[in-house]
Write a protein that binds this ligand. Sequence first.
Ligand SMILES: Nc1ncnc2c1ncn2[C@@H]1O[C@H](COP(=O)(O)OP(=O)(O)O)[C@@H](O)[C@H]1O
Ligand SMILES: [Mg+2]
Length: 350
Amino acid sequence: MNNNAVKKEHLLEIKNLRKHFPIRSGFLQRQTKLVKAVDDVSFFVEKGETLGLVGESGCGKTTTGRMILRALQPTSGEIWFEDANLGRVDVAKLDRRQLKHVRRNMQMIFQDPYASLNPRMTLLQIIGEPLLVHGLANSKEREEKVGELLEAVGLRPEYMNRYPHAFSGGQRQRIGIARALTTQPELLVCDEAVSALDVSVQAQILNLLQKLQREFGLTYLFIAHDLSVIEHISDRVAVMYVGKLVETAKTADLYARPRHPYTEALLSAVPRPNPRARTEPIILSSEIANPANPPTGCYFHPRCRYKTAICETEQPPLEEVAPNHFVRCHHAKDLELMGTGEMANGVVAQ
Ligand SMILES: Nc1ncnc2c1ncn2[C@@H]1O[C@H](COP(=O)(O)OP(=O)(O)O)[C@@H](O)[C@H]1O
Ligand SMILES: [Mg+2]
Protein backbone atom coordinates (compact mmCIF):
# COMPACT_ATOMS: atom_id res chain seq x y z
CA MET A 1 0.00 0.00 0.00
CA ASN A 2 2.71 2.35 1.07
CA ASN A 3 4.58 1.68 -2.13
CA ASN A 4 1.55 2.59 -4.19
CA ALA A 5 1.13 5.87 -2.36
CA VAL A 6 4.71 6.81 -3.18
CA LYS A 7 4.32 5.80 -6.83
CA LYS A 8 1.21 7.94 -7.19
CA GLU A 9 3.24 11.11 -6.76
CA HIS A 10 5.26 10.34 -9.85
CA LEU A 11 3.76 12.43 -12.62
CA LEU A 12 6.24 10.89 -15.03
CA GLU A 13 8.13 7.64 -14.83
CA ILE A 14 10.46 6.47 -17.56
CA LYS A 15 11.62 2.90 -17.69
CA ASN A 16 14.46 1.50 -19.81
CA LEU A 17 13.95 4.10 -22.50
CA ARG A 18 16.03 3.64 -25.65
CA LYS A 19 16.42 5.44 -28.95
CA HIS A 20 18.81 3.89 -31.42
CA PHE A 21 19.22 5.69 -34.75
CA PRO A 22 20.40 3.53 -37.63
CA ILE A 23 23.08 5.14 -39.79
CA ARG A 24 22.97 4.07 -43.42
CA SER A 25 25.75 4.53 -45.90
CA GLY A 26 27.01 3.41 -49.27
CA PHE A 27 25.21 2.85 -52.56
CA LEU A 28 22.79 0.28 -51.13
CA GLN A 29 22.16 2.40 -48.06
CA ARG A 30 22.96 -0.54 -45.82
CA GLN A 31 22.69 0.04 -42.12
CA THR A 32 26.29 0.29 -41.03
CA LYS A 33 26.04 1.55 -37.49
CA LEU A 34 23.67 2.30 -34.69
CA VAL A 35 23.78 5.55 -32.74
CA LYS A 36 22.60 4.67 -29.26
CA ALA A 37 21.44 8.22 -28.54
CA VAL A 38 19.45 7.15 -25.48
CA ASP A 39 20.36 3.80 -24.03
CA ASP A 40 18.39 2.30 -21.17
CA VAL A 41 17.42 5.46 -19.30
CA SER A 42 15.10 5.27 -16.30
CA PHE A 43 13.98 8.12 -14.05
CA PHE A 44 10.90 9.65 -12.49
CA VAL A 45 9.64 13.18 -11.94
CA GLU A 46 7.44 13.87 -8.95
CA LYS A 47 4.39 16.06 -9.20
CA GLY A 48 5.34 19.70 -8.67
CA GLU A 49 9.11 19.24 -8.75
CA THR A 50 11.81 20.19 -11.23
CA LEU A 51 14.15 17.51 -12.45
CA GLY A 52 17.23 18.94 -14.15
CA LEU A 53 18.69 16.83 -16.96
CA VAL A 54 22.27 17.84 -17.65
CA GLY A 55 25.22 16.69 -19.75
CA GLU A 56 27.47 17.75 -22.61
CA SER A 57 26.10 18.36 -26.08
CA GLY A 58 25.18 15.14 -27.88
CA CYS A 59 24.60 13.02 -24.76
CA GLY A 60 20.93 12.41 -25.59
CA LYS A 61 19.00 15.04 -23.61
CA THR A 62 16.87 16.37 -26.46
CA THR A 63 16.18 12.88 -27.76
CA THR A 64 14.93 11.92 -24.28
CA GLY A 65 12.68 14.99 -24.08
CA ARG A 66 11.24 14.45 -27.55
CA MET A 67 10.41 10.82 -26.79
CA ILE A 68 8.52 11.82 -23.65
CA LEU A 69 6.19 13.92 -25.80
CA ARG A 70 6.25 11.25 -28.50
CA ALA A 71 7.63 13.75 -30.99
CA LEU A 72 9.98 10.83 -31.51
CA GLN A 73 9.00 7.17 -31.28
CA PRO A 74 11.16 5.28 -28.75
CA THR A 75 13.05 2.20 -29.92
CA SER A 76 11.92 0.56 -26.71
CA GLY A 77 10.96 1.37 -23.15
CA GLU A 78 8.05 2.80 -21.18
CA ILE A 79 6.92 6.38 -20.52
CA TRP A 80 4.36 6.34 -17.74
CA PHE A 81 2.44 9.59 -17.36
CA GLU A 82 -0.24 10.29 -14.76
CA ASP A 83 -2.79 12.01 -16.96
CA ALA A 84 -5.44 14.06 -15.15
CA ASN A 85 -8.21 12.48 -17.23
CA LEU A 86 -6.91 9.20 -18.59
CA GLY A 87 -5.05 8.11 -15.46
CA ARG A 88 -1.66 6.39 -15.66
CA VAL A 89 -0.82 5.76 -19.30
CA ASP A 90 2.25 4.56 -21.19
CA VAL A 91 2.81 7.40 -23.67
CA ALA A 92 5.00 5.10 -25.77
CA LYS A 93 1.97 2.96 -26.59
CA LEU A 94 -0.85 5.48 -27.05
CA ASP A 95 -2.86 5.67 -30.26
CA ARG A 96 -3.29 8.99 -32.08
CA ARG A 97 -6.51 9.97 -30.38
CA GLN A 98 -5.20 9.32 -26.88
CA LEU A 99 -1.95 11.02 -27.76
CA LYS A 100 -3.72 14.18 -28.83
CA HIS A 101 -5.46 14.23 -25.49
CA VAL A 102 -2.32 13.59 -23.42
CA ARG A 103 -0.39 16.25 -25.33
CA ARG A 104 -2.62 18.90 -23.82
CA ASN A 105 -1.14 17.93 -20.49
CA MET A 106 2.52 17.92 -21.54
CA GLN A 107 4.16 20.71 -23.49
CA MET A 108 7.67 21.59 -24.62
CA ILE A 109 9.56 24.87 -24.47
CA PHE A 110 12.48 25.26 -26.86
CA GLN A 111 15.81 27.05 -26.88
CA ASP A 112 14.94 29.34 -29.74
CA PRO A 113 11.36 30.52 -29.39
CA TYR A 114 11.69 32.68 -32.48
CA ALA A 115 12.15 29.64 -34.69
CA SER A 116 8.93 28.19 -33.35
CA LEU A 117 6.90 31.42 -33.48
CA ASN A 118 5.27 32.00 -36.85
CA PRO A 119 6.31 35.56 -37.87
CA ARG A 120 3.03 36.08 -39.75
CA MET A 121 0.86 35.39 -36.75
CA THR A 122 -0.07 37.80 -33.97
CA LEU A 123 0.43 36.79 -30.34
CA LEU A 124 -3.32 36.25 -30.13
CA GLN A 125 -3.12 33.72 -32.95
CA ILE A 126 0.09 32.12 -31.71
CA ILE A 127 -0.94 31.73 -28.08
CA GLY A 128 -4.59 31.02 -28.92
CA GLU A 129 -3.78 28.41 -31.57
CA PRO A 130 -3.63 25.39 -29.22
CA LEU A 131 -7.12 26.33 -28.00
CA LEU A 132 -8.39 26.14 -31.58
CA VAL A 133 -6.60 22.87 -32.27
CA HIS A 134 -8.17 21.30 -29.22
CA GLY A 135 -11.55 23.00 -29.82
CA LEU A 136 -11.37 24.61 -26.40
CA ALA A 137 -12.71 28.12 -26.72
CA ASN A 138 -14.77 30.53 -28.84
CA SER A 139 -13.14 33.73 -30.05
CA LYS A 140 -14.12 35.93 -27.10
CA GLU A 141 -12.99 33.34 -24.60
CA ARG A 142 -9.82 32.91 -26.57
CA GLU A 143 -9.02 36.61 -26.36
CA GLU A 144 -9.66 36.63 -22.63
CA LYS A 145 -7.53 33.57 -22.09
CA VAL A 146 -4.65 34.95 -24.18
CA GLY A 147 -4.80 38.22 -22.22
CA GLU A 148 -4.58 36.30 -18.94
CA LEU A 149 -1.68 34.20 -20.19
CA LEU A 150 0.23 37.28 -21.34
CA GLU A 151 -0.20 38.81 -17.90
CA ALA A 152 0.90 35.57 -16.23
CA VAL A 153 4.19 35.62 -18.16
CA GLY A 154 4.79 39.31 -17.48
CA LEU A 155 3.65 40.80 -20.81
CA ARG A 156 0.90 43.36 -21.37
CA PRO A 157 -2.39 41.98 -22.72
CA GLU A 158 -2.46 44.81 -25.30
CA TYR A 159 0.49 43.12 -27.00
CA MET A 160 -1.76 40.37 -28.33
CA ASN A 161 -2.22 42.09 -31.68
CA ARG A 162 1.50 42.45 -32.29
CA TYR A 163 3.82 40.15 -34.20
CA PRO A 164 6.83 38.26 -32.71
CA HIS A 165 9.47 40.46 -34.42
CA ALA A 166 8.44 43.36 -32.18
CA PHE A 167 9.85 41.59 -29.11
CA SER A 168 13.26 40.96 -27.55
CA GLY A 169 14.74 37.48 -27.00
CA GLY A 170 13.55 37.32 -23.40
CA GLN A 171 10.07 38.52 -24.34
CA ARG A 172 9.87 35.92 -27.09
CA GLN A 173 10.71 33.22 -24.59
CA ARG A 174 7.84 34.57 -22.45
CA ILE A 175 5.57 34.25 -25.51
CA GLY A 176 6.77 30.66 -26.00
CA ILE A 177 5.99 29.91 -22.35
CA ALA A 178 2.54 31.50 -22.63
CA ARG A 179 1.77 29.33 -25.62
CA ALA A 180 2.94 26.20 -23.80
CA LEU A 181 0.60 27.09 -20.91
CA THR A 182 -2.48 27.62 -23.09
CA THR A 183 -3.79 24.08 -22.68
CA GLN A 184 -3.11 24.10 -18.91
CA PRO A 185 -0.49 21.35 -19.02
CA GLU A 186 0.84 19.59 -15.96
CA LEU A 187 4.29 18.80 -17.32
CA LEU A 188 6.60 21.19 -19.14
CA VAL A 189 9.70 19.84 -20.84
CA CYS A 190 12.04 22.83 -21.13
CA ASP A 191 14.84 22.06 -23.60
CA GLU A 192 17.69 24.57 -23.20
CA ALA A 193 14.94 27.13 -22.63
CA VAL A 194 17.28 29.88 -21.43
CA SER A 195 20.53 28.81 -23.13
CA ALA A 196 20.35 31.43 -25.89
CA LEU A 197 19.65 34.34 -23.52
CA ASP A 198 21.97 36.82 -21.78
CA VAL A 199 22.72 35.93 -18.17
CA SER A 200 20.52 38.70 -16.71
CA VAL A 201 17.59 37.71 -18.93
CA GLN A 202 18.21 34.03 -18.08
CA ALA A 203 17.65 34.85 -14.41
CA GLN A 204 14.38 36.64 -15.20
CA ILE A 205 13.05 33.70 -17.21
CA LEU A 206 14.12 31.17 -14.54
CA ASN A 207 12.36 33.25 -11.90
CA LEU A 208 9.27 33.43 -14.11
CA LEU A 209 9.29 29.63 -14.52
CA GLN A 210 9.52 29.23 -10.74
CA LYS A 211 6.66 31.67 -10.19
CA LEU A 212 4.49 29.85 -12.75
CA GLN A 213 5.38 26.52 -11.14
CA ARG A 214 4.01 27.75 -7.81
CA GLU A 215 0.93 29.39 -9.34
CA PHE A 216 -0.12 26.52 -11.57
CA GLY A 217 1.39 23.55 -9.73
CA LEU A 218 3.56 22.72 -12.74
CA THR A 219 6.11 19.93 -13.00
CA TYR A 220 9.28 20.55 -15.01
CA LEU A 221 11.80 18.40 -16.79
CA PHE A 222 14.46 21.03 -17.27
CA ILE A 223 17.10 20.14 -19.86
CA ALA A 224 20.31 22.19 -20.00
CA HIS A 225 24.06 21.85 -20.41
CA ASP A 226 24.74 24.74 -18.01
CA LEU A 227 25.23 23.55 -14.43
CA SER A 228 24.62 26.98 -12.87
CA VAL A 229 21.21 27.16 -14.53
CA ILE A 230 20.41 23.59 -13.46
CA GLU A 231 21.41 24.32 -9.86
CA HIS A 232 19.21 27.41 -9.75
CA ILE A 233 16.00 25.70 -10.83
CA SER A 234 16.22 21.97 -10.01
CA ASP A 235 15.04 20.00 -6.99
CA ARG A 236 16.84 16.94 -8.28
CA VAL A 237 19.41 16.48 -11.00
CA ALA A 238 20.07 13.67 -13.46
CA VAL A 239 23.47 13.66 -15.20
CA MET A 240 23.67 12.01 -18.61
CA TYR A 241 26.74 10.74 -20.43
CA VAL A 242 26.66 9.13 -23.89
CA GLY A 243 23.03 8.05 -23.75
CA LYS A 244 23.07 6.83 -20.17
CA LEU A 245 22.36 8.29 -16.76
CA VAL A 246 25.52 8.33 -14.66
CA GLU A 247 24.27 10.09 -11.52
CA THR A 248 20.99 11.25 -10.02
CA ALA A 249 20.51 12.95 -6.65
CA LYS A 250 18.91 15.88 -4.88
CA THR A 251 20.47 19.08 -6.19
CA ALA A 252 22.13 20.06 -2.91
CA ASP A 253 23.60 16.57 -2.44
CA LEU A 254 24.92 16.36 -5.98
CA TYR A 255 26.55 19.79 -5.90
CA ALA A 256 27.98 19.35 -2.39
CA ARG A 257 29.25 15.86 -2.93
CA PRO A 258 29.16 14.42 -6.43
CA ARG A 259 29.81 10.69 -6.59
CA HIS A 260 30.65 10.32 -10.27
CA PRO A 261 33.97 11.59 -11.69
CA TYR A 262 32.13 13.05 -14.68
CA THR A 263 29.88 15.13 -12.43
CA GLU A 264 32.91 16.28 -10.47
CA ALA A 265 34.58 17.43 -13.68
CA LEU A 266 31.45 19.30 -14.83
CA LEU A 267 31.12 20.99 -11.44
CA SER A 268 34.77 22.03 -11.38
CA ALA A 269 34.08 24.25 -14.39
CA VAL A 270 31.14 26.08 -12.76
CA PRO A 271 32.13 29.69 -12.07
CA ARG A 272 31.85 30.68 -8.41
CA PRO A 273 31.39 34.26 -7.23
CA ASN A 274 34.00 33.92 -4.49
CA PRO A 275 37.45 34.01 -6.13
CA ARG A 276 39.07 32.37 -3.09
CA ALA A 277 36.77 29.40 -3.54
CA ARG A 278 37.94 28.74 -7.06
CA THR A 279 39.90 25.66 -7.84
CA GLU A 280 41.37 24.69 -11.16
CA PRO A 281 38.78 23.17 -13.47
CA ILE A 282 39.37 19.50 -14.18
CA ILE A 283 40.35 19.24 -17.80
CA LEU A 284 38.63 16.24 -19.30
CA SER A 285 41.13 14.44 -21.46
CA SER A 286 40.02 13.46 -24.98
CA GLU A 287 36.62 13.98 -26.52
CA ILE A 288 33.17 12.87 -25.38
CA ALA A 289 32.67 9.28 -26.53
CA ASN A 290 30.92 8.64 -29.82
CA PRO A 291 27.51 7.02 -29.18
CA ALA A 292 27.88 5.10 -32.46
CA ASN A 293 31.10 3.57 -31.21
CA PRO A 294 31.25 3.79 -27.41
CA PRO A 295 34.27 2.56 -25.44
CA THR A 296 34.29 -0.79 -23.69
CA GLY A 297 33.47 -0.96 -19.98
CA CYS A 298 32.49 2.33 -18.39
CA TYR A 299 31.85 4.82 -21.21
CA PHE A 300 33.62 7.51 -19.21
CA HIS A 301 36.83 5.58 -18.55
CA PRO A 302 38.97 7.10 -21.37
CA ARG A 303 38.49 10.53 -19.75
CA CYS A 304 38.50 9.47 -16.12
CA ARG A 305 41.40 10.24 -13.82
CA TYR A 306 40.33 7.61 -11.30
CA LYS A 307 40.01 4.66 -13.70
CA THR A 308 41.29 1.20 -12.81
CA ALA A 309 41.42 -2.03 -14.80
CA ILE A 310 37.79 -2.99 -14.17
CA CYS A 311 36.59 0.31 -15.67
CA GLU A 312 38.03 -0.67 -19.04
CA THR A 313 36.21 -3.95 -19.25
CA GLU A 314 33.01 -3.90 -17.20
CA GLN A 315 30.14 -1.51 -17.50
CA PRO A 316 29.09 -0.36 -14.02
CA PRO A 317 25.40 -0.53 -13.06
CA LEU A 318 23.47 2.45 -11.69
CA GLU A 319 23.58 1.86 -7.92
CA GLU A 320 22.20 3.64 -4.88
CA VAL A 321 25.27 4.74 -2.89
CA ALA A 322 23.45 7.03 -0.44
CA PRO A 323 19.72 7.56 0.11
CA ASN A 324 18.21 8.62 -3.23
CA HIS A 325 21.67 9.09 -4.69
CA PHE A 326 22.31 6.81 -7.68
CA VAL A 327 25.65 6.50 -9.42
CA ARG A 328 27.03 4.47 -12.33
CA CYS A 329 30.68 4.09 -11.25
CA HIS A 330 32.67 1.10 -9.99
CA HIS A 331 34.40 3.30 -7.41
CA ALA A 332 31.53 5.53 -6.31
CA LYS A 333 31.69 4.26 -2.74
CA ASP A 334 35.43 4.86 -2.28
CA LEU A 335 36.03 8.14 -4.10
CA GLU A 336 36.07 11.46 -2.26
CA LEU A 337 35.10 13.81 -5.03
CA MET A 338 34.95 17.55 -4.89
CA GLY A 339 31.69 19.49 -5.17
CA THR A 340 31.04 23.20 -5.43
CA GLY A 341 30.09 23.59 -1.77
CA GLU A 342 33.37 22.09 -0.68
CA MET A 343 35.27 24.50 -2.84
CA ALA A 344 33.49 27.40 -1.18
CA ASN A 345 34.29 26.12 2.31
CA GLY A 346 37.67 24.71 1.52
CA VAL A 347 36.81 21.52 3.37
CA VAL A 348 35.97 18.09 2.12
CA ALA A 349 32.51 17.01 3.19
CA GLN A 350 32.07 13.53 4.57
N1 LIG B 1 17.71 11.91 -36.23
C1 LIG B 1 18.92 11.50 -35.84
N2 LIG B 1 19.63 10.60 -36.59
C2 LIG B 1 20.84 10.15 -36.18
N3 LIG B 1 21.44 10.55 -35.04
C3 LIG B 1 20.80 11.43 -34.27
C4 LIG B 1 19.51 11.98 -34.61
N4 LIG B 1 19.13 12.84 -33.65
C5 LIG B 1 20.13 12.87 -32.73
N5 LIG B 1 21.13 12.03 -33.11
C6 LIG B 1 22.38 11.75 -32.36
O1 LIG B 1 22.00 11.33 -31.06
C7 LIG B 1 22.89 11.84 -30.10
C8 LIG B 1 22.11 12.59 -29.03
O2 LIG B 1 21.59 13.81 -29.59
P1 LIG B 1 20.71 14.84 -28.74
O3 LIG B 1 19.62 14.11 -28.06
O4 LIG B 1 20.33 15.95 -29.64
O5 LIG B 1 21.77 15.34 -27.66
P2 LIG B 1 21.74 16.63 -26.69
O6 LIG B 1 20.37 17.22 -26.71
O7 LIG B 1 22.14 16.11 -25.34
O8 LIG B 1 22.77 17.57 -27.22
C9 LIG B 1 23.91 12.66 -30.84
O9 LIG B 1 25.04 11.86 -31.08
C10 LIG B 1 23.20 13.01 -32.13
O10 LIG B 1 24.13 13.19 -33.16
MG1 LIG C 1 19.78 19.19 -27.15
